[in-house]
Design a binder for this molecule. Sequence first.
Ligand code: ADP
Ligand code: MG
Ligand code: ZN
Length: 552
Amino acid sequence: MMEAVPQNEHPMHCEDSSRSNKKLSGTSTDIEKLYEAVPQLANVFKIKGKIGEGTFSSVYLATGQLRGGREEKVALKHLIPTSHPLRIAAELQCLTVAGGQDNVMGVQYCFRKNDHVVIVMPYLEHESFLDFLNSLSLEEVRDYMFNLLKALRRIHHFGIVHRDVKPSNFLYNRQLKEYALVDFGLAQGTPDTQIELLKVIQSEAQQAYNKSHVPLGSQVSVTSRQLVQQSVTKTANKRPCSFSQTQIKQGHKRKEGSDCHSVQRSVFGERNFNVRSAAFQENSTIKLIKQPRVTDIASRKLSTKKKTSAVTNGVAKKAASGYPANLTCDCYAKDRVCSVCLSRRQQVAPRAGTPGFRAPEVLTKCPNQTTAIDIWSAGIIFLSLLSGRYPFYKASDDLTALAQIMTIRGAKETIQAAKTFGKSILCSKEIPAQDLRKLCERLRGKSTNSDISTGDALISVSQEPALPAEIGNTLESVPHTTKKHFQYPRKSCHQDDGTDIGTVAKATDLKGWDNVPDEAYDLLDKLLDLNPATRITAKDALLHPFFRIMKS
Ligand code: ADP
Ligand code: MG
Ligand code: ZN
């Protein structure tokens, strides 16, 4: 019944234009357009409305006469026509091979006409995370985590790394106690993955990388560097007093990758890579410093040739090629990225997902990423469930996210863990790790109206008196010198409709929150292990004492 996914290559279109066109039209015209684009849908389904709209797909609720003439609700996922055929095929293969069991969404049909692909899945009605977060009992939280880990155990067994584990991709029907992990649009394979197309994606990505890897000094690099320069300058104008707090040194044996600013790489599992990369540079006041010993062939050549003159002059000289001769990074604690750093490439490593859910090894672009990254994301979800805060980390870029992780897990600990996967991070001040129970209890318990007013405001850490006490405590050890803006999560969805959060918090006390067992925080600690090599697996997490009372 499954129709073949498109085999024909089609040119990549500009995502921006297709997105803004989509915005202009309403849901009903979107439905008409979908019927037009894939006419065979009309023979089977009646599309009722849109239930999800992302950058890369629109999801609709539809009813259809399926097997045996029974009317069934389905979800139709219409992928944006610019998706790479291989990417689409891999998403489908994840659903067909691993889906349909253990809380992993399955697939019923797939329709295609030209470059339009529609995936038909069983419909699971669900609430948004914010709508149930503050009313869940501890038992429900236990159940939720157990079922999430069950889904992860299954996909990891098949060698699938989901890469985008977050509440909107884990559907929860509270009444039916049903769960479904969805959205394999960013999935990647482990080296021994059972999903054949994920293997193909990996090797295609490697080829694309090889092709795009232009030696330093080429036209492509110059252009891309100018792009970076522009955005950095713009930032400097906007925020004249942004200082660096944390620096990452890429002291890694691995060859540096191609520059993401100039190369279209979004098709292979990093669909938001291009969009994000510019913002990443623009917002970063914590800098990514690449050590001179990084073995980019071209820069190493430059290094041996020019080092002497650079050292003696102590001034950034331009070499004949137009590249700075001084190879000593000079941007620590300055408000702009130095020319040496600008001339270096970003390391190629998958950076998919949402910053607040990314594991430290993803944030630091460790090239060897495993299924452990999904476990970290599950840990972040658990942290939200235990603290009543969502999103827990609302970072717009990776280095802000890393700094936020440090405020909870400790700077020394983060630095130590990063060393194990070949990254060195510099942080100007000691930030102690927090006790997870105390942190969660403080955030959950002190749900008074006084801190609600912060809303989505950007909080500058340097302006300590402006911080509500509760958030100030969370960040108390963040260096005062930093002017990095932390965006703090909204308290909850109840703020807007005037619900008394204090009352909600009291009500939840009756749901087991006055007596959270140590096992909960022990599991949280093991899920949020900064070191991916020792981080608990889904299989082991399901055997954790916190789940003793559950039946597998
Ligand atoms: P995207 O790649 O655009 O994020 P998803 O597969 O995550 O697409 O789907 C987007 C949203 O659509 C989900 O967050 C969910 O709300 C809804 N959705 C997706 N699949 C289903 C389904 N099978 N049943 C019900 N809702 C779904
Ligand atoms: Mg999604
Ligand atoms: Zn520098």
